[in-house]
Design a protein around this ligand. Sequence first.
Ligand code: 13P
Length: 247
Amino acid sequence: MKKKLIAGNWKMNGSLAANEGLVTALRAGLGVPNCHVALCVPSVYLPQMQALVAGSSIDLGAQDVSQHESGAFTGEVSGNMLKEFGVHYCIVGHSERREYHFETDALVAAKTQRALACGITPIVCVGETLAEREAGKTEEVVKRQLAAVIHANGHCISEIVVAYEPVWAIGTGKTASTEQAQQVHAVLRAQLKAASPQADRIHILYGGSMNAANAAQLLAQPDIDGGLVGGASLKAPDFLSIIASAL
Ligand code: 13P
């Protein structure tokens, strides 16, 4: 069985002092984890974080990447730039970027392509809003979001990580039930299997109010291969506890 992946998404949080304190506490409590561990941090902190995680089992991640290689794109950060700071993972298509930055399925697919071209593992986020769930459209929405990425990336699809993050569960304290989460993960797994004979190696993470109390049950589901953790990744004891439950 593949090792699980627990990735923290710090979102727009942190400071030089807070990052140092958090990573120091994580390193002190981590030991040799049973799972892969990653921290997706604001790009501006990558140089600091590269030094802080050096020699540990923590991999570095970014939270977004430009779909362009280089050039006149003010404010953007390229995949090659991320790679220079040891970035292993990059979140793409987080619902906050889809909502606040108007990212479309096609743009998310293009960013996934760029990350892969730079040797960075994209963590592709999909998920339905509360209105979509209530309208019975959950499957349709997540399949449409993932299909765009599959279509643009062909056989490379086995190199991605997928994160199912129901929008209504993000930062709300409302977690999807284990059954709800497993059901969607199984749909995504089937879609990936139809696209790639190597789909079993793809990690499908759950994200949305994952915490120390609910992680073990979610992570015990057959198609949940890890977590993408927001708020709880900012507190060392909580994040360590989630990591410890990823067996
Ligand atoms: P919370 O864990 O804070 O709900 O955030 C989830 C998330 O958006 C991770 O990408």
